[in-house]
Write a protein of this length. Structure first.
Length: 119
């Protein structure tokens, strides 16, 4: 039992090996589905350039601060995100509450909620 979460981790492609090493060291790499995305960005000269990212998604994880694996992953993402907008972490609990936010996830992940009548 316990509170379960859907967890998203994002990192620029060039730094993905650093994150994957931490995931692998804590036997979590196989729990995450990895997808590649190109978030084009615009620089001062108004030129659009490729900005390749990997986003990792896992569902139904126990994601608690204080767990060794969660703390190690959070520390890695935090360190990667310190040097600009290069990594993020965000989790969505089973109750729909966003938690464990690190970095600027809102540039890459959108949280939508809706109420639907059943039947």
């Amino acid at each position: 039992m316990g509170y379960r979460s859907e967890v998203f981790l994002g990192v620029e492609k060039k730094d993905a090996k650093k994150l994957e090493k931490v995931l692998k060291d804590h036997d979590l790499l196989e729990n995450f589905e990895k997808s590649e995305h190109n978030f084009k960005c615009q620089y001062e000269n108004d030129e659009w350039v490729d900005n390749l990212w990997y986003i990792y998604k896992a569902s139904w994880l126990k994601w608690y601060e204080g767990y060794k694996d969660v703390d190690a992953i959070t520390e890695c993402v935090d360190k990667l995100s310190e040097d600009g907008d290069k990594a993020f972490q965000v989790a969505l609990g089973e109750d729909g509450v966003v938690h464990s936010e690190v970095g600027c996830h809102w540039d890459y992940i959108e949280h939508r909620s809706e109420l639907v009548i059943l039947g």
